[in-house]
Design a protein around this ligand. Structure first.
Ligand code: FNR
Length: 324
C-alpha cells in the first residue's frame, strides 16, 4: 500500500479551519415550558430504510493506505459501539491494488451494524457489486464529484457515462442506493434528475465544512477561488428543497456540532452525516472518543428539550427564523 492521494486529503482536511456557514443563519426558538424530560427524548430514525438509534452517521472518508486502514479500524469500532451507520471512503482503489482491500474489510470485521460502500459514478455494475461484496455492505453510496475530479491533475475528465452507470447500478444491486456530492452540494436540478432516475435516498453533501477545492489548492499550489461560486451550502439547499414523501433527504457538509444536526433535521433531513467531526476523534484514545460521542448524543437530547421536540419526527414542525 502506498502513501497516496487519500493520505494527502486527510492531512489537508485536518488543516482546514471550521468556519461559519449557513447553519448560523438559522435561529431556533427556545420553549421555557417544554413539558419534557431527558428520558422521554427519542433519537431513533431511519437511515436508508434501516432503523437506527441516532440520527447521525459517519460519512465517507477513506481507505486504501496504512493511515486509511487505521482510521477505518478506529471509526468502525466506534460505529459498532453506538450502532452508527458508517460509509466507507471511495473503494475505487480496490480495482487497482489488491493490497488495499483489508483497509475496507476491517470495517465489516469490526462493525455489525450498517456499513455502506462508496464509489463515484464512473463505476461499472461489476465494480459496484465487487465493492458491496467486499464488505457485505448494507447499501451503496455513489458520490458525484465532477468539480473535484476536474481540479485534480490525476482526476477524471470523462463524465459521459455517469447517468447511465447510475441507472444500471440501481437496477442490478439488491441493497439501497444513496447518491451524494463531496462537499460542494448537489444542485436542485441534479436532485430533480436523480429523483427522475428513481433514486430514493439523496445526501445533499453541501459546502460549509470540508472543502475539496481548498484541499486541491494546497496540493497543486493553484488558486481555484473562482470555482467557489459553485459551492452550495448544506443548510441553503435544504431550505430550498420542496418536500417530497417519495424520497429521503440526508444532510452532510459543514455539520460542526449537535445544534447543526438538529437544524438539518428541522430542515427536513432524515439523518445527518459527519466526516470531519469523526476524523478528529480518530486522534484520541478510543475511550475518550466514546465519551465525546456520548456527550454529542446527550447534547442532541438537551437541544430537543430546549426546543420542545420529543422525537426526530417532531423536528420538522419546530419554528425557526432566519437572521443575517
Ligand atoms: C471525504 N469525502 C468523501 N466523500 C466520498 O463520497 N468519498 C470519498 O472517498 C471521500 N473522501 C473524503 C476524504 C476526507 C479526508 C474527507 C474529510 C472527506 C467527503 C465527505 O464524505 C463529505 O461529503 C465532506 O467531507 C463534507 O463533510 P464535513 O467534512 O464537512 O463533515
Amino acid at each position: 500500500m502506498s502513501k497516496n492521494r487519500k493520505d494527502e486529503h486527510i492531512e489537508l482536511a485536518l488543516k482546514q479551519e471550521v468556519k461559519k456557514n449557513a447553519f448560523d443563519k438559522i435561529r431556533l426558538e427556545a420553549l421555557d415550558l417544554p413539558d419534557l424530560s431527558m428520558d422521554q427524548i427519542e433519537l431513533n430514525t431511519e437511515f436508508l430504510g434501516y432503523k437506527v438509534p441516532y440520527p447521525i452517521y459517519i460519512n465517507a472518508m477513506t481507505g486504501g493506505s496504512a493511515n486509511g486502514h487505521r482510521i477505518n479500524e478506529f471509526l468502525s469500532r466506534l460505529a459498532n459501539h453506538f450502532n452508527l451507520p458508517m460509509v466507507t471512503g471511495s473503494q475505487s482503489i480496490i480495482f487497482k491494488d489488491e493490497a488495499s482491500k483489508p483497509s475496507f474489510e476491517i470495517i465489516r470485521k469490526n462493525h455489525q451494524g450498517i456499513v455502506v460502500s462508496n464509489l463515484n459514478a464512473n463505476a461499472s455494475v461489476s465494480q459496484a457489486l465487487e465493492a458491496i461484496n467486499l464488505i457485505s455492505a448494507n447499501a451503496l453510496s455513489i458520490h458525484l464529484n465532477v468539480i473535484q475530479e476536474l481540479v485534480m491533475p490525476e482526476g477524471d475528465r470523462d463524465f459521459s457515462d455517469w447517468t447511465e452507470n447510475i441507472k444500471k447500478i440501481k437496477d442490478v444491486i439488491d441493497v439501497p442506493l444513496i447518491v451524494k456530492e463531496v462537499g460542494m452540494g448537489l444542485s436542485l436540478s441534479t436532485i430533480s434528475k436523480l429523483k427522475r432516475l428513481g433514486i430514493k435516498h439523496i445526501d445533499v453533501a453541501g459546502s460549509g465544512g470540508t472543502s475539496f477545492l481548498k484541499i486541491e489548492e494546497a496540493r497543486s499550489g493553484k488558486s481555484y477561488d473562482y470555482l467557489n461560486e459553485f459551492n452550495l451550502d448544506t443548510a441553503e439547499i435544504l431550505m430550498k428543497l420542496e418536500k417530497d414523501d417519495d424520497v429521503s433527504i440526508y444532510a452532510s457538509g459543514g455539520v460542526r456540532n449537535p445544534l447543526d444536526v438538529i437544524k438539518a433535521l428541522i430542515l427536513g433531513a432524515k439523518a445527518v452525516g459527519l466526516s470531519r467531526c469523526f476524523l478528529d476523534l480518530t486522534f484520541l484514545e478510543f475511550d475518550e472518543a466514546i465519551k465525546r460521542v456520548e456527550e454529542f448524543v446527550n447534547d442532541l437530547k438537551k437541544i430537543m428539550i430546549i426546543i420542545g421536540a420529543k422525537s426526530i419526527k417532531d423536528l420538522p414542525k419546530v419554528k425557526y427564523e432566519l437572521i443575517d
